[in-house]
Structures are given as structure tokens and as C-alpha cells.
Design a protein around this ligand. Sequence first.
Ligand code: GDP
Ligand code: MG
Length: 191
Amino acid sequence: GVIHAVSIQSESPRAQTEPANYFFRVLMLGAPGVGKSSLTNQFMTSEYLGTNDFGISRSMEEKTVSLLVDGDESTLEFIDGLVYEMDELRSLSGDAYVVVFSITDRLSFENATDILRELHHECGTERAIILVANKSDLVRNRKVPNEEAREIADQFECKYTETSAVLNHNVDELLVGILKQILLRIGKDET
Ligand code: GDP
Ligand code: MG
């Protein structure tokens, strides 16, 4: 299948110099309490967006953030707050899947592993999939070793990152990373 990235502006063929306008859907997945909403809210309120070349606009209500990369504008819409059953997951289509677990919650890691297995089975490396180990600030309560999470990410061929939504650690990097992974798949990024 083809990724459902839609160019929302030009209907006629555009000149190569004309900037593109993309709209992408990002699904926030994972067990309850792992920090999906906290991460999404951090994406929306990131100071970095206002002070950097990347950021141009956001809408809290629609949970969208627009980012400029090489002159092209990409709007990311975050779908958050739903717990999906595995067969529901199969029918979902996102341009990116962010699979979150908490480093303090072993069960949430097992849940994330199940989701990754399912996504890998359904889309292989066709879609952007990122495993996020959240609550990295709670080191003394860590129940999931970094190496173990990394191994799972390797096994299911996805990106891996550790974040803290409360400390806003690595959250901007995750946001830009999600977009880069999507653009890579539509041939818009060489890195
Ligand atoms: P969701 O159910 O996945 O949407 O999780 P929430 O975003 O609602 O977060 C659940 C709880 O975990 C809340 O009390 C958050 O404040 C807390 N939380 C979220 N992210 C972090 C984090 O990075 N570190 C810590 N210490 N707590 C977090
Ligand atoms: Mg939530």
C-alpha cells in the first residue's frame, strides 16, 4: 500500500520551487497512564516551536502542530486518548505510530511489545513507528532496562527514544523525529 500523505493545496501540477503542504496523522498508542496525553500536550506547547525555524503554528483544540522543513509545511495531527484493541489497531491508518510505555511499568512495556508486533506484522517498515520509553525522570523506579527496550525496537525495526514528558526531556526531538520518519517514507528526507 501507499502512505496516505495528502498534499492539501495544489490540485494542478506545481513548480518544483513551490512549497508543499502535507497533512499527517500520528497515533499515540500504549497502555493507560504511560504519558500519551502528557507527551501530546508537550508537543502542543513546546517553546522550541516558537523560537526555531521549525515551528510556525499550532492548534490546541485540534491537537495539531505545523512544522516547516526545507520550506515545506507539514501539519501533524495527534490522535490520543484511546485504548485500542488489537483488531481495532489493524483497521487504523496513521502516517506514524508512537508506541509509548513507562519505564516504571513492566506491563506497559509488554503491552507496547504486543502493539509493535501487530504493527510490524501489518505494515512492516512501510509506516513510521517509534517506541517511546517515557518517564525517564523516574530512574529509581525503572523496571525496564534501556537495552531490553532497544532490543525490542531492533526486532520490530522501529526507532527508539527515551523521554520525560514532565521534564520536557527529548520531547522536541521526538516531535521532529516523528516528522522525519514520515518524510523519509515519502521520499522527502535523505537522512
Ligand atoms: P496517558 O493515560 O497515557 O494519556 O497518560 P497521562 O499523560 O495522562 O499521564 C499519566 C500520569 O503520568 C499523569 O499523572 C502524568 O503527570 C504522569 N506522567 C506522564 N509523563 C510523565 C513523565 O515523563 N514523568 C513522570 N514522572 N510522570 C509522568
Ligand atoms: Mg491520556
